[in-house]
Design a protein around this ligand. Structure first.
Ligand code: TIU
Length: 221
């Protein structure tokens, strides 16, 4: 299968490709979570939900593997480096109680994937303590066991957890493609810059494409 992508076409086989949705959890997308405690306007991120829903539905229809990640720490914060918790001057720190439960803690309401993109049986759900999806998660081994070589990315935020995960994936030998309208940042110019730097220099980190290009590939089979 081929996607009309930048900087050149992206070839993939559904059986060896996973759709990875990064951190589409309430903590980043709804008021009262981690994103807002950092001083961000979270409203911007909701705009990608319809396009991401359409991709998820089409990918499920095609029987492709789906991976959902959440940035979430153990309740005792043993996997949260003090440097991460103590940095800056947020209104609430990781582990503190906010309007959606404890900020960025596993099992709390804020750490749940938003309803519109809720995981279903058979999909992988990965809690990660870092920005990148491979750090301290065991995900590389799981994907290798399943024969996954290609990764299609969406999620938030583009230049933080999505870009870090794409770079980690690139160094591990995966061919990654970022779905441009299924990712967003609190800073639109950071999103634009991340997209440009990913696909520069002959896809130095990976490919990018608008989601209709993926849907067209799936429909033409
Ligand atoms: N702050 C910010 O842009 N992002 C994060 O802290 N985590 C993710 O990107 N998921």
């Amino acid at each position: 299968m081929q996607i009309d992508a930048n900087p050149f076409p992206y070839h993939f086989d559904i059986a060896h490709t996973a759709l990875v949705l990064i951190d589409m959890q309430r903590d980043f997308i709804e008021p009262g979570g981690f994103g807002e405690t950092l001083g961000n306007n979270v409203a911007l991120l909701e705009a990608i939900v319809p396009a991401t829903q359409a991709v998820l539905a089409a990918w499920r229809q095609a029987a492709g593997l789906v991976v959902h990640t959440r940035e979430a720490h153990a309740p005792d914060l043993s996997d949260c480096p003090p440097a991460k918790r103590n940095r800056g001057n947020p209104t609430l720190r990781i582990g503190d109680v906010g309007p959606m439960g404890r900020i960025l803690v596993k099992g709390e309401p804020g750490s749940q994937i938003i309803d519109a993109l809720a995981p279903v049986a058979g999909e992988l759900v990965i809690d990660k303590p870092g920005k990148g999806m491979f750090y301290a998660t065991g995900l590389h081994e799981t994907l290798q066991q399943r024969g996954i070589t290609h990764l299609l990315f969406g999620g938030v935020t583009t230049e933080v957890c999505v870009q870090t995960s794409m770079r980690e994936a690139n160094d591990r030998g995966y061919d990654g493609l970022l779905l441009e309208d299924c990712t967003e940042s609190y800073f639109p110019h950071f999103k634009a810059a991340a997209i440009e730097m990913i696909r520069a220099q002959g896809a130095i980190v990976g490919w990018t494409a608008p989601s209709p290009a993926l849907l067209a590939a799936l429909h033409s089979g």
